[in-house]
Design a protein around this ligand. Structure first.
Ligand SMILES: Nc1nc2c(c(=O)[nH]1)N[C@H]1C(S)=C(S)[C@@H](COP(=O)(O)O)O[C@H]1N2
Ligand SMILES: [Mo]
Length: 413
């Protein structure tokens, strides 16, 4: 694969599985019931989507083949950094270019500016200072399959998230080079892919002034030291650390500067929560009229190991490990429980990779009797915020922002 021309044969490499795996309500209700019953062991694993390998990717759980919706297996979160070939994939529209020709690719910056720009990737890299940091990218719908009642949308388990080292240039430096006018209020940012059906809104997002002036909002051209995989947005992806991933526009094509607000479907109609502090309604209620955009991440931890399929005997030493993160305040502590939350013990935190990164944690124990054991994890951040227990998790009609204490069940022989 040359640097100038990247060709990824998404379409030809697909194995057709009919209509892909679209969750029917009955099917996902079943998963949900099963994954909720903490006593029943690894039932949820029996309903995993198939594993499928896409270009530049290892086999991942495939929720749909077109557009590709690929989920990272739980075990990957035993590490603080998610490898590019295991990083989840989510696209709204199926017409995704399988080639990006860098001879013709340009990022345009136009609208309320004095100097419109058409930047090649090489110009972007050479004209602006590079910055690099770790940050968690998490889909708003991650863990949606845990909600009861079931909500519509992709029935992700916990693998619509990942943490990578992102390298790129500051959005605000690029805007300054375009001589953005002082009365500028919003940006519209476009992805390069297109919907199949005419009339469907293209993937476009909006940032307000406070957001586009942040010094840590970057246009990234590298992920974990390499070019971005095409499915993760090659050649450029917007990084908004601490925010849910719907804000992180992939395959960035155009930045349009606005002097006044203008409705944008994927910011003003989709990706919204009820406009109250918890972003919730009574379970089963519809979305209220007053909504707010899904923005800052909430605190969360996920258990990666041991696998629910592991063969564990009494007296074995077992390492429980996973990751925790929040919107950037910093993880202070991760607690684990083996008695359904009656008592909690501190896990060991690995080194801090930065305020927006996954914080790896681990806890080693030796089960002394055989039977079913439920392992739970719960993170606390520097503000003292923590995860609710699953029974106290608030509900919203879109199934966004699930962040209850995680659990998994193992069988000790
Ligand atoms: N161009 C474009 N960018 C996009 C999207 C999209 O459909 N098109 N989806 C968003 C959503 S909702 C998610 S969860 C992330 C997924 O990023 P990934 O595929 O790199 O994991 O991309 C975001 N950026
Ligand atoms: Mo998403």
């Amino acid at each position: 694969m040359t640097d100038m021309r990247r060709r990824v044969f998404i379409k030809s490499s697909l194995v057709s599985l009919g209509a892909g795996i679209i969750c029917t309500p009955a099917w996902s209700q079943k998963i949900n019931m099963l994954s909720r019953s903490m006593e029943q062991g690894s039932a949820s694993e029996a309903f995993q989507p198939p594993m499928m390998a896409f270009p530049e990717k290892k086999p991942l759980w495939m929720h749909s083949d077109s557009p590709p919706l690929l989920e990272t297996p739980r075990e990957a979160f035993a590490n603080a950094v998610t490898p590019n070939d295991e990083f989840f994939v989510r696209w709204h529209h199926a017409v995704i270019p399988d080639t990006i020709d860098l001879k013709t690719y340009r990022l345009s910056v136009s609208g309320n500016v004095d100097t419109p720009l058409e930047l090649s990737l090489a110009e972007l890299k050479s004209r602006f200072e590079a910055v690099e940091f770790y940050a968690v990218k998490q889909c708003g719908g991650n863990s949606r399959s845990s909600f009861s009642p079931v909500t519509s949308g992709i029935q992700w388990h916990h693998g619509a998230m990942g943490c990578a080292l992102w390298k790129g240039v500051r959005l605000r430096d690029v805007l300054a080079a375009a001589k953005i006018k002082p009365n500028s209020e919003f940006l519209k940012l476009n992805g390069l892919e297109r919907p199949i059906l005419p009339g469907t809104p293209p993937f476009m997002r909006k940032l307000d002034k406070d957001e586009f002036n942040r010094e840590d909002v970057i246009i990234a051209y590298q992920m974990n030291g390499e070019d971005l995989p095409l499915l993760n947005g090659y050649p450029l992806v917007l990084i908004v650390p601490g925010y849910f991933a719907d804000n992180w526009v992939k395959m960035l094509e155009r930045i349009d500067v606005l002097d006044k607000d203008e409705p944008v479907f994927y910011t003003d109609k989709a990706y919204r929560l009820p406009a109250n502090p918890f972003g919730s309604v009574a379970p089963g209620d519809p979305m209220p009229k007053d909504t707010r955009a899904l923005k800052a991440l909430n605190i969360k931890s996920v258990i990666a190991t041991p696998s629910e399929k592991a063969v564990i005997h009494r007296g074995d030493q077992v390492e429980m490990a996973g990751v925790a993160f929040d919107a950037g305040y910093g993880i202070k502590e991760v607690l684990v429980s083996m008695d359904h939350g009656k008592s909690w013990t501190s896990a060991t935190l690995d080194k801090d990779l930065g305020r927006y990164a996954f914080r790896r944690w681990s806890y080693t124990f030796t089960p002394s009797k055989s039977g079913i054991l439920t392992l739970m994890s719960r993170a606390i951040n520097r503000l003292g915020e923590t995860q609710p227990l699953p029974a106290n998790m608030e509900w919203n009609p879109s199934g966004y922002a699930w962040n209850a204490a995680d659990h998994l069940t193992i069988k000790v022989l």
